[in-house]
Design a binder for this molecule. Structure first.
Ligand SMILES: Cc1cc2nc3c(=O)[nH]c(=O)nc-3n(C[C@H](O)[C@H](O)[C@H](O)COP(=O)(O)O)c2cc1C
Length: 302
């Protein structure tokens, strides 16, 4: 039995072609769970080791003679593809330049984002690492301003309901019972944010998703690590930047959407998935003339 996921609990299944295997040991050397080992002049497979093969596929990617095939846990040997040639890889300078130039974009040109551009961003994001393969993250694509705005208005309405509750007597009691930092954050951020979003909808201004022409909603199955969705979203953001698209992560949607099964169903989330983060996409209507330096809160040696 392997680690449980949306697909079941079967472990990955590594199979070695003994006729072509040169017993170089590369696969055993890279196997993170030591299911593969090199002993007595052969590669051994111990399926009972730890939690079994996690189907990370690294053995297939290092084997010089294509002698190992792993299947299961949503992986098949045909998922192994050629490496990009070294001349296509970006060095630190262009990567750093891309990162420094990226800004959160909240003003968009009135221009549709081609579906192919969105698919390319998604394909790039899917190269991100996850806690344990395979992906337990899914993406719902909102292609077109009308679909994005429909979500925005639903979220603004959901905030209105929350405001009504927390500004009432029972809600006030709830707030008093919160721990100090949560209470302070609620008063200084969540409530004013809700008022801004609700008032925005009343005036016809979208402060939730900023009238973006496209959005990606990253959600996770209950089996995944929630951090995976944020990492995938970060990759998507950088990929978007590299294709000339502006983007902004939107964290104010998931906490309210998560509490509204009706809205999750309406907006196409798979049953049981938990919304984590939204990435709005579109062609920027603003131009930045400077970058910014923002040091971490602390960087200390020990
Ligand atoms: C997890 C996360 C959630 C965010 N949520 C929102 C949001 O709900 N609304 C918004 O306008 N910006 C949101 N942002 C964008 C941040 O405000 C923005 O990244 C920050 O101001 C820094 O700006 P920069 O990205 O241009 O450096 C979010 C960013 C992150 C990383």
């Amino acid at each position: 039995m392997g680690i449980i996921g949306s697909f079941g609990d079967a472990a990955g299944n590594p199979v070695i072609d003994r006729a072509t295997c040169t017993v170089c040991g590369e696969c055993a050397g890279i196997c993170p769970v030591e299911v593969l080992s090199k002993r007595d002049g052969e590669i051994r497979i111990d399926r009972s080791k730890g939690f079994g093969c996690i189907a990370c596929g690294q053995c297939m990617m290092v084997c010089p003679s294509d002698s190992i095939a792993v299947s299961g846990r949503n992986l098949s040997p045909s998922d192994v593809i050629g490496l990009p040639s070294p001349d296509r890889r970006a060095a630190i300078d262009p990567v750093e330049a891309l990162m420094l130039s990226r800004r959160s974009i909240r003003r968009f040109r009135d221009e549709a984002v081609p579906r192919e551009a969105i698919d390319r961003v998604i394909a790039a994001a899917a190269t991100a690492p996850m806690g344990i393969p395979p992906w337990e993250v899914g993406i719902t694509v909102f292609h077109g301003g009308a679909k994005v705005q429909d979500l925005s208005w639903d979220i603004a309405d959901a905030y209105e309901r929350i405001l009504k509750f927390f500004e009432g007597p029972v809600g006030a009691l709830f707030r008093m019972m919160m721990k100090k930092p949560a209470r302070q954050q609620f008063r200084s951020f969540i409530l004013p944010l809700g008022r801004i979003l609700v008032e925005g909808k009343r005036k016809g201004t979208d402060y939730v998703l900023y009238g973006a022409p496209a959005a990606l909603l990253f959600h996770a199955s209950p089996y995944g690590d929630g951090a995976d969705a944020f990492i995938a979203c970060t990759y998507a953001m950088l990929a978007a930047e590299a294709t000339g698209l502006g983007s902004c992560m939107i964290g104010c949607v998931p906490p309210v959407l998560e509490r509204r099964k009706d809205l999750m169903k309406k907006h196409g989330l798979p049953e049981g998935h938990i919304p984590k983060i939204v990435l709005i996409l579109g062609y920027p209507a603003v131009r930045f003339r400077k970058a910014i330096r923002r040091p971490f809160l602390s960087v200390g040696d020990r």
